[in-house]
Design a protein around this ligand. Structure first.
Ligand code: EPU
Length: 422
């Protein structure tokens, strides 16, 4: 299993990085391709591990997927009738596999679709009860057998009204995908407005769908009969962008992060400014310079446009070396402080009580052997390693490779002394 060895401390990085396409846009866009009888072309594809897992899932269902990693492109053909069983093997390694439920249902409304119910997840309980309730509002009913959710709509999907009890990203994406080919008009309320959801809506609308905002968090979806060809350029990855901004912060350096719309990181940029960073925004890039003295801050995660839960483990590592007392409140997942035990082993002073973490910043962290347990925790540990004196070994790095494209080389380019071993 691949490991990273990082020799710290890294001081004052100076450089730029090109942000890759957003993984969490690419996955629903790939799932949405199932709705298309004509070809779908995706551009700015981040060829991270999860994207390959989704590709394997689509291929196992009968899609033809051609990739061109050099040109960051993917072409998906869905001319053949799909298999309607999504196996546990693929859903268990990547929770986003559940996104094929909405698109398979949208296309094969009257057939029975079987999607393996995802198991537990390192972030806590991740139910799909709101996805299923949303499908029910469209006249599709489900039952559980042998660990599979069986779902179908005997008389086809019919527009109605559904209000999500809680904002859910993939839940919103699933209901949008199921609604676009339904009969009549479906109104969906209390939706997620994360940039990745908007990217999906833009892609579908540009290919013939009729999805309209009728309020800040409400949509009116008028069913259409068929999609035209779909071509779409994926937006930049806001979590990757923030992660590299924090490389500059923790090393007291400066960075230009390119290919990212700064509006996707409004709350995060406010937090970095409060921390004491100098930030200049352009239409599609963010420049950050770190001041010598940083100030502690308080953060609360919430759905977009709030501070993203995915960026929380990243800022957590940064706050570990900001002298003073900072606080973080996690409001999305029940178990999102997995980076804490690893940062503690590096000498951080963090106390977690329920969904709140209190961080007493230290001057620097100490190197230690660490184990990564999920995608964003990996980057949190990497940030800790940059501030630590000595060599940090990070195992189970595959978690990081699920969502960060070209991770080692991007860090190397910024001057990080990093090696990988098998
Ligand atoms: N929830 C329910 N029932 C549901 C759906 C959600 O109780 O039917 C709860 C969840 O348990 C959680 C909250 O609602 O407490 C929000 O979860 P959400 O459904 O929004 O998360 P998700 O759609 O499963 C996506 C991203 C995650 C990201 C979250 C939150 C993708 C593929 N995944 O997950 O990304 O953390 O939204 O923004 O888009 C990552 O990239 O590292 C990652 C975990």
């Amino acid at each position: 299993m691949q490991k990273f060895l990082i020799r710290g401390p890294t001081k004052g990085v100076k450089g730029f990085i090109n942000v890759s396409g957003a993984k969490n846009s690419c996955l629903p866009l790939m799932a949405a391709s199932i709705l298309f009888k004509k070809n779908v072309i995706l551009k700015n594809v981040p060829f991270v591990k999860d994207v390959f897992t989704m590709k394997n899932l689509l291929v196992s269902l009968g899609s033809k997927v051609k990739i061109d990693e050099k040109r960051k492109m993917m072409e998906i053909k869905n001319t053949k009738q799909h298999k309607l069983v999504v196996p546990y093997k693929l859903v268990s390694t990547m929770r986003a596999g559940v996104l094929t439920m909405g698109s398979l249902l949208g296309r094969y409304q009257r057939k029975s679709i079987f999607v393996a119910k995802g198991g537990g997840c390192s972030l806590g309980i991740r139910d799909i009860n709101y996805h299923l309730a949303g499908f029910e509002s469209l006249n599709a009913f489900n039952s559980l057998s042998n660990g599979y959710v069986k779902i179908s709509s005997k008389s086809g999907l019919i527009g109605n009204i559904y209000k999500f009890p809680k904002v859910t990203v993939t839940g919103t994406e699933n209901i949008i995908m199921a609604s676009v080919l339904a009969r009549g008009i479906h109104v969906v309320k209390n939706i997620s407005i994360e940039p990745e959801v908007i990217d999906l809506i833009n892609f579908l609308n540009n290919s013939g769908a009729k999805i309209k905002f009728i309020g800040k968090r409400s949509l009116k979806i008028i069913g259409i009969r068929e999609f035209t060809n779909g071509t779409h350029k994926i937006i930049g990855d806001r979590i990757e962008a923030f992660s590299y901004l924090c490389v500059a912060v923790i090393t007291k350096g400066e960075i230009l992060v390119k290919n990212i719309n700064p509006k996707f990181l409004d709350s995060e940029i406010k937090a970095l400014k409060k921390l004491g960073c100098l930030i200049k925004l352009n239409k599609n890039s963010i420049y950050l310079k770190t001041k010598k003295k940083l100030r502690p801050i308080n953060i609360k995660t919430s759905p977009f446009p709030g501070f993203a839960t995915d960026n929380m483990p990243i800022i957590l590592a940064v706050l570990s070396i900001v002298i003073g007392k900072s606080q973080i409140e996690e409001n999305i997942f029940s178990n999102r402080f997995m980076a804490v035990p690893e940062l503690l082993r590096m000498g951080a002073n963090i106390k977690v009580k329920k969904n709140k973490a209190t961080i007493i910043g230290q001057k620097s962290l100490k190197s230690a052997d660490c184990i990564s347990s999920d995608l964003r925790t990996t980057f949190s540990i990497i940030l800790g390693a940059l501030s630590a004196n000595g060599e940090t070994e990070i195992s189970r790095i595959y978690h990081g490779l699920r969502g960060y494209y070209n991770l080692k080389n991007k860090l190397k380019k910024l001057g990080v002394r990093i090696k990988s071993t098998v």
